[in-house]
Design a protein around this ligand. Structure first.
Ligand code: PSU
Ligand code: MN
Length: 308
C-alpha cells in the first residue's frame, strides 16, 4: 500500500516492526452500525479487550482522506461524530482519498487496509452477505473474503441476509467457515441458524493450524471464524425474527437499497427491539475481539510474525 495514502499509529507501527501480535478492527460499526454514544464506547471497549490479551488493536478508518491503521482516542471521537461519514468498502477508498473525507471501513475495506500492512487477524460483529431483498445485492465483504488471506472473527451473519445463499457463495469462493466450539453457523443474535459450518474447531491453536494448512496450499481466501454469541445474551428467534422481517419489509416499502440498506436494517432492528438487540450486539463484539486477540497471539507464537 502506498505510504502517502496510509498512516500507521505509533503503537501499531511499533508492534508490526517487532512482530508483536496485532488485531484489526473495523469502523463502519462506529460510523453506520451503532447509535451515539454506544458507538464510541464500543470502539473503546473492543480495543480494551484486545489490549487485555496483551495484543495491539488497530482500528482502521479514513480521516481527512488518509487511510489510518490505528487511531487515538481523540480521532475515534471525531470519527464517531463526523457529519455524513462515508461507508468505505473497496470501491470507496479512492473517493474518500481524493475528496479528503472521513469514513468508516467495512469488513472488506478493513481487510484491504490491514492486510496490506501485514496484519492477518481481524475482529468484527457480522459480515455482509447476500441480501434477501432481491436487488442482486451481494456485499463486497464476500469478495474480500475470497481473495484476502486473513483470519476474520465474526458472530456469523444476521438473518437480515439470505444465509443459505451467503454460505453457498463462500463455498464457491473457497472460504472455510469455521464454527468455534460449534457445529452450527451462528446467526449473530442467535447461536443457531439450522445451517452447518465447513469445520468445527475448538481452540485458537487449532484455528491457527487450520489457517496454515489452508494457505500452505496456495489458497488466498480468508478463514471465516464464526463465534456464537454467549448463551445468556442470545435473543430468541421468536423475539428477533419478526423484528428482522419487519425491518426487511420496511426497507422494501421505502425503496432502500445499495450501501444504505445494511445501516437502515441495523438501525430499524435497534428501534423495533427497543434497544434489546444493542446489548447483545455489544457483547458479541467484545467476545469476538477477545477471541481474535487469542488467535493473533498463537499465530505469533508459532510463526514469529503477523503474516503467515
Ligand atoms: N452487519 C452487521 N453489522 C454491521 C455491518 C454488517 O450486523 O455493522 C457492517 C459491516 O461493516 C459490514 C458492512 O462489512 O456492514 C456490510 O455492508 P454492505 O452489506 O453494504 O456491504
Ligand atoms: Mn450491498
Amino acid at each position: 500500500m502506498k505510504k502517502e495514502y496510509t498512516l500507521l499509529s505509533p503503537e501499531v507501527a511499533h508492534a508490526l516492526e517487532l512482530s508483536l501480535p496485532v488485531v484489526a478492527l473495523e469502523s463502519t460499526v462506529i460510523t453506520h452500525g451503532l447509535p451515539m454514544p454506544q458507538n464510541i464506547e464500543l470502539a473503546r471497549d473492543m480495543e480494551a479487550k484486545v489490549h487485555e490479551q496483551g495484543v495491539v488493536p488497530a482500528t482502521v478508518a479514513l480521516l481527512g482522506g488518509k487511510i489510518r491503521v490505528g487511531i487515538n482516542d481523540e480521532e475515534l471521537g471525531r470519527l464517531a461524530t463526523t457529519k455524513d461519514p462515508v461507508k468505505v468498502s473497496r470501491r470507496d477508498f479512492a473517493k474518500a482519498i481524493v475528496k479528503k473525507l472521513d469514513g468508516g471501513t467495512t469488513v472488506a475495506g478493513t481487510m484491504l487496509a490491514s492486510s496490506q500492512v501485514g496484519i492477518c487477524t481481524f475482529a468484527t460483529g457480522g459480515v455482509g452477505g447476500v441480501h434477501r431483498e432481491g436487488h442482486m445485492d451481494i456485499s463486497t465483504d464476500l469478495q474480500a473474503l475470497s481473495d484476502t488471506p486473513m483470519i476474520v472473527v465474526c458472530a456469523g451473519a444476521k438473518s437480515i441476509l439470505d444465509l443459505p445463499a451467503t454460505l453457498e457463495y463462500l463455498e464457491t469462493m473457497a472460504v472455510p467457515v469455521i464454527g468455534y466450539q460449534t457445529d452450527e453457523f451462528p446467526a449473530f443474535f442467535s447461536r443457531k441458524s439450522g445451517l452447518g459450518v465447513s469445520a468445527r474447531l475448538d481452540t485458537p491453536e487449532e484455528i491457527v493450524d487450520f489457517a496454515k494448512a489452508h494457505w500452505a496450499l496456495g489458497l488466498k481466501s480468508a478463514i471465516l471464524v464464526t463465534n456464537p454469541i454467549p448463551e445468556e445474551y442470545s435473543l430468541s428467534d421468536d423475539f428477533i425474527n419478526p423484528i428482522i422481517e419487519q425491518a426487511s419489509q420496511d426497507a422494501q416499502d421505502k425503496g432502500i437499497y445499495g450501501q444504505a440498506l445494511t445501516p437502515f436494517l441495523l438501525a430499524r432492528i435497534n428501534e423495533l427491539s427497543e434497544g434489546r438487540s444493542l446489548r447483545s450486539n455489544l457483547v458479541l463484539l467484545h467476545n469476538n475481539a477477545t477471541l481474535a486477540a487469542q488467535i493473533a497471539k498463537k499465530m505469533i507464537a508459532g510463526e514469529g510474525r503477523n503474516n503467515i
